[in-house]
Design a protein around this ligand. Structure first.
Ligand SMILES: [Fe+2]
Ligand SMILES: [Fe+2]
Length: 347
């Protein structure tokens, strides 16, 4: 069967209405009137995303810089590996937001994706920023090579790389939906063993600057996951042909497979780290998968982990919703801007 490719949305087309007729493959003038959009509640989402604005060099890294050498060797190795992981996973996200936005025929979605792309650019900068504050240039460069060279990491990322690249070659509606599924897995699950590592350090009062930064990234990723899940649901509803058992089964298969890979990865990278119970971590990964499936309007696949089994992490991630008073901000409100103090500008 010949796959029908989506056309790129027109930039400006006055013959078409301002209010989009479809999310993908529809008609829209390109003029954005937020008071006349197809999914009015997305305006709130846009405002919430804007409200989360932050920059990497607002975070004071001076105590982390002093503390890093006092971490155990296992902690130092895991720290660098996990920054390597996060930077690899976050690398495609700026472009993925752009790619989706090239094909959406809804201007409100395009604007939301533009804000997401800006945040992803900050996430990518922030990995360079923290590493430049604590290790030599050689070690920084080495951490950024992991995504190209580490065999476990390459295996773990194989499917996401494949799906993201297929979308570039073949921008069909099916690939838009599949790319959203992998984006949701990434925003809602793949990052979380890495996040847990830094929160675990923070609860021992170690590397609190890095964890503050990770908590900002975490807050953004939760919002991104939420929006892309809504976009997925709405796109499926507009295209009932894709809402059939074979496609939905494909989604569940990707979740199952990704959870297995994530558990394998967490055992590899967190094995020597004190304070993280790997069994609990497995439950936490399954809990995250359940949560994202629910947001997509699908059912849970790990009934034993409908609730978060990693109790201590709730203080760090479960209280972002709707407020700016997360754990780190309460504790670290007096941080100073240090962009000129830690050599990042010399990069
Ligand atoms: Fe990100
Ligand atoms: Fe994201």
């Amino acid at each position: 069967m010949q796959t029908r490719l989506l056309e790129r949305a027109k930039t400006l087309e006055p013959k078409h209405p301002n209010k989009s007729t479809r999310l993908f493959g529809g008609k829209s003038s390109g003029i954005l009137n937020w008071n006349n959009i197809a999914y009015p509640h997305w305006y709130k989402m846009y405002k919430r995303l804007l409200g989360n604005y932050w920059q990497a060099d607002e975070i004071n890294m001076s105590s982390d810089a002093k503390q890093f050498s006092s971490l155990s060797q296992a902690e130092q190795d895991a720290y660098l590996k996990i920054i390597g992981l996060l930077s690899t996973l976050d690398a495609p996200q700026t472009r993925i937001a752009l790619l989706l936005s090239l094909y959406t025929t809804d201007s409100s979605v395009q604007s939301i994706l533009a804000v997401i792309a800006q945040q992803e650019a900050v996430h990518n900068e922030s990995y360079s920023y923290v590493l430049s504050s604590i290790v030599s240039l050689d070690e920084q460069n080495e951490a950024f090579e992991l995504g190209r060279k580490d065999q476990v990491l390459l295996k773990r990322n194989e499917k996401i790389i494949e799906q993201y690249n297929v979308f570039v070659e073949e921008p069909s509606l099916e690939n838009v939906l599949k790319t959203m599924v992998y984006t949701i897995l990434l925003e809602g699950m793949f990052f979380y063993s890495g996040f847990a590592f830094f929160y675990n350090l923070a609860r021992q009062n170690k590397m609190v600057g890095t964890s503050t930064m990770v908590s900002y990234i975490n807050r953004d990723e939760l919002e991104h996951g939420r929006f892309i899940s809504e976009l997925f649901r709405a796109t499926l509803a507009e295209n009932p042909d894709y809402n059939h058992p074979a496609f939905i089964q494909w989604v569940y298969d990707q979740f199952n497979e990704s959870v297995e890979l994530e558990i394998e990865w967490s055992k590899y990278v967190l094995a020597e780290v004190e304070g993280i119970d790997l069994q609990e971590m497995t439950g936490y990964i399954q809990y995250r998968a359940n949560k994202m499936l629910r947001m997509m309007g699908l059912h849970e696949i790990y009934p034993e982990h409908v609730d978060n089994p990693m109790r201590w992490i709730r203080a760090y991630v479960d209280n972002f919703d709707g407020t700016k008073t997360d754990f780190f901000e309460q504790k670290a409100r007096n941080y100073t801007k240090t962009s000129d103090l830690n050599g990042f500008d010399d990069l």
